[in-house]
Each structure stands twice: as C-alpha cells, then as structure tokens.
Design a protein around this ligand. Sequence first.
Ligand code: CP
Ligand code: NVA
Length: 295
Amino acid sequence: MRHLLEIDDLTVDELRHVLSLAQADEPPQVLAGKGMALVFEKPSLRTRNSMEMAVFQLGGHPVYIQGSEVGLDTRESVEDVTNTLAGFHAAIGARVFEHSKVERMAAVDRVPVVNLLSDAAHPMQALADVLTIIEEFGSVEGRTIAYVGDSNNVTRSLGLAVGMLGGVMRIASPVDYCFGEDDLARLRATGGEVHTMVDPYEAVDGADVVYSDVFTSMGQEAESALRLEVFADYCVDGRLMHASGGAVFLHCLPAHRGEEVTDEVVDSPASRVWKLAENRMHAARGYLAFALGES
Ligand code: CP
Ligand code: NVA
C-alpha cells in the first residue's frame, strides 16, 4: 500500500520512476473500471482538474467530493469517511487543512491515500515542479532553485524534491517566516544543498529558477494584512528577475498578481507558469500509474 503524504515518502529511484511515467506516451489503464475519490476541504483549480484528468487518462472515474458535504470530523470521523470511500474507490486523494487528517486517512490503510495539499505539504505540486525543471534544463542536478517568500507547504515539498534530485535550494523568507531546524534537517537529509537567507537578491543571484507562492496560504486569511506588510520586499518583480541573470520563473498558482509577483514577470518570456500548471496533470498521471500498479 503506497501513500503519498509528502514527497520523501518516495525513494529517489521511485521519484525518478514516477517522473519517467509522467513523460510516457501510453497511459497504462491501471484504473480501468475503478474510481478515485477526491475530497477537497479547500478550493482548487489545478489540483482538481489535473487529478480528474489523470484518473480519466488511466481509465478510471474520478469523484469530486466537497469537504463541507462529507464533514470530515463533523458529520463523521475521518476514519469512517475513509473506510466508506475505500469500499467504492481504488484510491483517495484529499486536500485538507490539518496534515494530521491525511495521516489518519493513510493509517486506515485500505487504499492508497494521496495528499492533495495540507498545511504542511503539497507533494503533487512538487512532482510537477521538478518535471518542469527537468523539461527546461534536462535535469535538476546542479541547478539552483531560488524560492522567494513564505516558507510554507509548497516550499517544503519543492525543497525535498529538489534535494532528492541533487539540486541546490535557496530560500529567502523574512526572519519569522523561515524554516526551523527540523525542516532544514529533513531537507538536508535528502543529501541536497539548502541555503536560507532573508535577502531575496542574494537568493536569486545566478539562480536557474526563481519560484514564488502566495504570502497568505489558504487557512491563514486572518493574517493577510500583516503578511502583506511583512512580505513587502519579497515581490518577484522585473528588477529581481533581472538580478538573477536569466532565471526562468515558476509559481504554483494561483498568483496574487501585484502581491508576491508582478504581471510583467508572470507574463514575461521567462515565465513557465502555464507549462507548470499543465504538468500537474502529467505528474499526477505518472504518480497514480506508479502507486496503482505499473512497475
Ligand atoms: N497549485 C495548486 O495546487 O493550485 P490549486 O489550488 O488551484 O489546486
Ligand atoms: N501555499 C498555498 C498553495 C496554493 C496552491 C496554500 O496553501 O494556499
């Protein structure tokens, strides 16, 4: 039983295998006649659509379920929902507020569980991130990825994936929004090089990729005014991109244009954001092909 709660639930060899399956021409029909439940406690554009299309391409039937409808831990427990869905579906994907909810689903251990974003991790995004970097540069190894902004779920999964594939990760965040020692130890356990700093200009200098995400993640809306002030110097604009000396720009999206990134960057020739968004589907298909039986 394979669960994917964070990207380092895969070995490096498995991660490489998933990425090669993502690039394969003929999707194996591992979900023929089967379903996948997709439970969302938070909104989604890319994750829902990429997962639904990936399931379809693998011969299966996706069922989208709003968290408010099933009421995880309010209408019935996470475990009871999981046991019920496992009777209908070959796999369960879930986007949740607390990471512990996907851990509890995985602990039921009836069908594979895929984390579709929690407060701690976004592994399906990280798969697409490294797939996009590989398509751009041929490999992640030796490439420098400069993440600018809040050290969050996206940063954590991206940093792990980059480290597993031999890349260099630089993370520029305000002092109170940096990773602590536990996170840095986990990132370094991949064998990858990780550098943290407060100055975004130091982070992007000579980088191959500049990566950005929102300052206020879903669930943190009460802090958004404060975060706008704290992160004022972390907007990826034309000047910062120019300082990189030729990096490409990635963003998991949705972008809050004018906050963490300017229009001129999202819409510039250096931007690969639409490619990255499309790669969510290819990465999802590669992962499900791996987890549901294609060897
Ligand atoms: N990047 C991402 O996960 O987008 P959605 O929130 O729209 O799914
Ligand atoms: N860090 C963001 C990512 C959205 C895809 C959030 O959790 O809202």
